[in-house]
Each structure stands twice: as structure tokens, then as C-alpha cells.
Design a protein around this ligand. Structure first.
Ligand SMILES: Cc1cc2nc3c(=O)[nH]c(=O)nc-3n(C[C@H](O)[C@H](O)[C@H](O)COP(=O)(O)OP(=O)(O)OC[C@H]3O[C@@H](n4cnc5c(N)ncnc54)[C@H](O)[C@@H]3O)c2cc1C
Length: 405
């Protein structure tokens, strides 16, 4: 009997599943449902080169018209799936079309969290899509005030880009440092660099209220009120406080949606249903836990594994997840998973070139390695991470990175 694989979500994960299926010889019907009215595109540049005006939308495309033609798939653009019936094996699209499937792949990613009071407030934005990035870019003019709420990757990257565009940037985070996921030492260094580049970085402080400005001559269009009483007027506020899986359309299906679509170690969520990418939490045999990551490379890796599984094969996930972030001129790469209690220790430092590598340990075991402007060094440590304990750097010159870097 011929199959019909329906992939919902036409981002990096969804497109990769479709392409890999064809690559592996799948010849039956294939449908790709994309909620956005754009060809599949890559998101990481949205806070970096695209936002800075250094890349066009075409640079971001993951598949051109010819690639999509070759995919020989029915592609729905600008149409969201609104429901699924796992028993009847159908997906319903906005507008009412019902697609029968033999296999469903959920690749719907995440959607940004917002702050109360920001819905419909002009100038209060989130950054997830190409359209979001265009809207933000249009406001980032020299001298304009931008308040970034959130000190994670998205918030800090955007702050750097806005500084480069000549904006006055204030970043607010309730955490002790920016990039808290990288630990206090690297986070402190990242915050110091951002401040040295001209941003006002406010840590240990949370946003109380975001509201329309008071209209006073020097007042902004928006007032951001902090819980210590500070008022930050701004023309633009970027709310970058994390995301939640875009899985509401699956509610009532019986799938476990506690934190994304819960899957086994091969991406299976239920009979006839797989999930991958930011929206999926896969079982990790070594830890006995489910893990959901929002990393670009991981999305592609899982997508290829799902395609293999759908074709009756098997493809191991990369054992060591990888992500990167561009903090202005500084490129940080991380291999592995940094646990909240991990301790960071510098491995090799080259102060002259503002470069170092480091190792995160939890309970004495290496769980991740980092490269600050040193992707090669981090790659070398990654090999060690795969094969066994990491030896001290030559000359035993290990040192903990001081906050002052
Ligand atoms: C601004 C930005 C910068 C980033 N920078 C980095 C970085 O430097 N390094 C890194 O490792 N990662 C980065 N990421 C994360 C990376 O982009 C994601 O991990 C990756 O895009 C995940 O791919 P995905 O296909 O799972 O989800 P997505 O790319 O989010 O694609 C999901 C797609 O599904 C669509 N969709 C949602 N619901 C429905 C529905 N009901 N019906 C139909 N379609 C639907 C969405 O519209 C979206 O197009 C960044 C993300 C953003 C937003």
C-alpha cells in the first residue's frame, strides 16, 4: 500500500526530513505544511547578519525553487495545521482542509514567550521569524533606544547587533549574568564585553511592567518598569525571555506534550507519529531522561534520524550536541550539554588573541567543552570528550577564567 508522509513545520527540521526521505529513496506521496508564507529558511542569522542588514532573505533560504521542485512534494505555505486525529490519521489545516497520512512528522518548533501587556503594543517585539526580524530591523535606527528583556542567546546577540547599528541598548536580566546557561564565569565575561561595547547591562533585576509611554517630551513610546523601581523609556523593546514548543495544535491527541512532543530515542511519539527539532523531547538512554534542545544542528541531526527510521533504517544521533552563538565579534561554540551545576575550567588561554577553550565538569566528569573565539580548540576537546577523559593542557597551564577575562 502506498504511503503518504505529512511533515508539519517547514523549518530546518521539517525540510530536512523531507529532503532526507527522498535522498533515502522514498517515492510515495509527501506533503510539507509550513505555517509561514516563506520558503524554508535558516533562523540563526535573524539575530545576527540578517538583522544587521548584511544578509538578504535569499541568503537565508534553505531550499530554492528548484530544490523544492525536486522534492516532488505538495508544499503548503502560510497554512498552519490546527488539529490532528491520530486514530483516523488525519491532519486538519487552517481553512478546513483535511490531509490523511500514513505517517506524521511534527516539526513545528517553538514560539516566543511574551510579557503581559505587550500584546499589540507598538514597538514591543519578539524575534522568531523573518517577518519579526524585518520589523525589528526597521526600528533599529542610530540613536534609537532599545530595551532587551532577557540575557540569553537571543537577547545578547540582538543587543550586539543593535549596538552595531548605532542604537542605545539596555539589556535587563533577572539572572546574575547574561548567558546563564554557560555558567557564571563565561556569562560574566560575555556581560563585560557587551557593556564595554556600549550596552547598559542590568543583572539581578526583573521587568515588572511594560506599558505605553507617558508621552512626556523625553518619554519613550514604551516604558519598561523594573522591579527595583527603575523606569526605562524606549522606542523599542525586544522580549527575549525564551520560548515554548509550538504544539498546541496537538492538544487532545493523547500525545505527551509536557515539554514538546515526548518521543522515544528514535523520535517516535505514537504509532505513525514522529517529532523532531525544537518541538521534540527525545528519550536519552544514557541519562534516562527526555531532552529538548533548541539548537540548529540538533534539529537537522534529529530530522535525518527520523527519515532513516521512517525508511526502516537507523541513524544514530550525534552523541555530542553542538551549538554556537555570535556575541558581536566573539564566537562561542559549545559541544556537549552544560548541566546547571557544572563547573567551568579554562583549558587553554591565549589572552593576546582573546581566545580560550574550557571544560565543564559535573561530578568530576566532563559534560561539555567550550571555545571562545577558538572553534578549532573546542573541536579538539570534543574528540577527547568522545573518547575519554580530557588531559590537562600542555604545561599543565589550566586556569579558571577570571571574570575580568
Ligand atoms: C533569532 C534566532 C537565532 C538563533 N540562533 C541560533 C544559533 O546561533 N545557534 C543555534 O544553534 N541555534 C540558533 N537558533 C535556534 C535554531 O534556529 C533552531 O534550533 C532551529 O531553527 C530549529 O528548527 P525547527 O525546524 O525545529 O524549528 P523552526 O525553525 O522553528 O521551524 C518550525 C516551523 O514550523 C512552523 N509551524 C509552527 N506551528 C505550525 C503549525 N501548526 N502548522 C504548520 N507550521 C507550523 C513555524 O512557523 C516554523 O516555520 C536561533 C533561533 C532564532 C529564532
Amino acid at each position: 500500500m502506498s504511503r503518504h508522509i505529512v511533515v508539519v513545520g517547514a523549518g530546518a527540521a521539517g525540510l530536512t526530513v523531507a529532503q532526507e526521505l527522498r535522498h533515502l529513496g522514498y517515492e510515495d506521496a509527501l506533503t510539507l505544511v509550513g505555517g509561514e508564507d516563506h520558503p524554508p529558511y535558516d533562523r540563526p542569522p535573524l539575530s545576527k547578519r540578517f538583522l544587521a542588514g548584511e544578509a538578504t532573505a535569499e541568503h537565508l533560504h534553505l531550499a530554492g525553487p528548484d530544490d523544492l521542485e525536486r522534492l516532488d512534494a505538495t508544499v503548503h505555505r502560510g497554512r498552519r495545521a490546527v488539529a490532528a486525529d491520530l486514530g483516523a490519521r488525519t491532519v486538519t489545516l487552517a481553512g478546513g482542509a483535511v490531509l490523511p497520512y500514513s505517517d506524521l512528522v511534527v516539526a513545528t518548533g517553538v514560539t516566543p514567550r511574551t510579557l503581559p501587556g505587550t500584546a499589540g503594543l507598538p514597538g514591543a517585539l519578539t524575534l522568531k521569524t523573518l517577518d519579526d526580524a524585518r520589523a525589528l530591523n526597521a526600528r533599529l535606527r542610530p540613536g534609537q533606544r532599545l530595551v532587551v528583556v532577557g540575557g540569553g542567546f537571543l537577547g545578547t546577540e540582538t543587543a550586539w547587533t543593535a549596538l552595531a547599528l548605532g542604537c542605545r541598548v539596555t539589556l535587563v536580566t533577572p539572572t546574575p549574568t547574561v548567558l546563564p546557561g554557560l555558567g557564571g564565569r563565561v556569562g560574566s565575561l560575555a556581560g563585560e564585553r557587551l557593556a564595554a561595547a556600549g550596552a547598559t547591562v542590568l543583572t539581578h533585576v526583573a521587568v515588572d511592567t511594560v506599558r505605553k509611554g507617558d508621552g512626556l517630551p523625553r518619554g519613550g513610546e514604551i516604558d519598561v518598569l523594573l522591579d527595583d523601581g527603575t523606569r526605562l523609556p524606549a522606542e523599542t523593546v525586544l522580549v527575549a525571555i525564551g520560548s515554548r514548543p509550538d504544539t498546541e495544535w496537538l492538544s487532545g491527541t493523547g500525545l505527551d506534550l509536557t515539554d514538546g512532543v515526548r518521543c522515544d530515542a528514535t523520535g517516535r511519539a505514537a504509532p505513525g507519529v514522529h517529532a523532531c527539532g525544537d518541538a521534540a523531547a527525545w528519550y536519552q538512554p544514557p541519562t534516562g531522561r527526555h531532552l529538548r534542545l533548541e539548537h540548529r544542528m540538533h534539529a537537522g541531526d534529529q530530522a535525518r534520524a527520523v527519515a532513516a527510521d521512517l525508511m526502516g533504517g537507523h541513524r544514530e544521533l550525534d552523541r555530542v550536541p553542538f551549538f554556537w552563538t555570535d556575541q558581536g565579534p566573539n564566537k562561542i561554540v559549545v559541544h556537549g550539554l552544560i548541566t546547571p551545576d557544572a563547573e567551568f575550567e579554562a583549558h587553554e588561554t591565549d589572552t593576546g588573541h582573546d581566545r580560550f577553550t574550557g571544560i565543564y565538569r559535573t561530578d568530576g566528569q566532563v559534560c561539555a567543552v567550550l571555545g571562545w573565539n577558538d572553534p578549532r580548540g573546542a573541536m579538539g576537546l570534543r574528540r577527547a570528550l568522545l573518547t575519554g577523559p580530557v588531559a590537562p593542557a600542555s604545561g599543565g597551564s589550566r586556569q579558571v577564567v577570571a571574570a575580568s577575562g
